[in-house]
Ligand binder design. Sequence first.
Ligand SMILES: [Zn+2]
Length: 250
Amino acid sequence: MVRMILVSLVAFLFFAGCANAPVTGRSQMILIGADQETALGLSESENILSQSKLTTNKTLAARVENIGKKIVAVSEEAKQYEWSFYVIEEDVLNAFALPGGKVFFYTGILKLMANDDQIATVMGHEIGHVLARHGAERMSQQMATNLGGQILSTALNIPAGQQGIFEMVYGTASNYGVILPFSRKHETESDIIGVNLMFKAGYDPNEAVAFWEKMSSAKSGAASPEFLSTHPADSTRIADIKNYIKTLKK
Ligand SMILES: [Zn+2]
């Protein structure tokens, strides 16, 4: 029995394990199929929507949706997902995306954004997390940890096992809208993908620098603990973005 599980596991790892992030080309270990990842994201998205109040400001919702659509339109990888862009009416300085293409902005953070290019900055960044399948990568890391620990079947118990891992990775079991921080590596990668896409979609990438500088200075104030905890805005991040902008062809 154990042998059989091992054989299927090796086959599973072989077929599902190798992936490359878009734009950066970084190789990834991903043990979860895109379909499963999308299904988990969708079910979580429905949970969040059932507990949230979407904005009644139709102009704002349409503006955010249009920016999202313009950005996914320039990405080949984005075509495999069904995208939705939501604006939740809540004075929270945060935005997040779920696997499979569900992107959420809070009205709180939108108030801080001076123009469409700054909305496109965070939009591109969140879309970057989805396209690079960072959620699936984190779940895979968790699964690999479980494998190393004790029982193979824990990780292969689908989907119940994955739902638990999803909640663990996203922190959604305890608190909706508070997504556990991505690793620095994932944040940097999403910045690069986001700036790349916003530029291709016709937005000004220099506004990404302006936006993150604004977030960085907000750090010292009382504002935006949620967003800063998941999206640390520091000088390294801003320098990385500036360097990347220099490589973009005008
Ligand atoms: Zn992020």
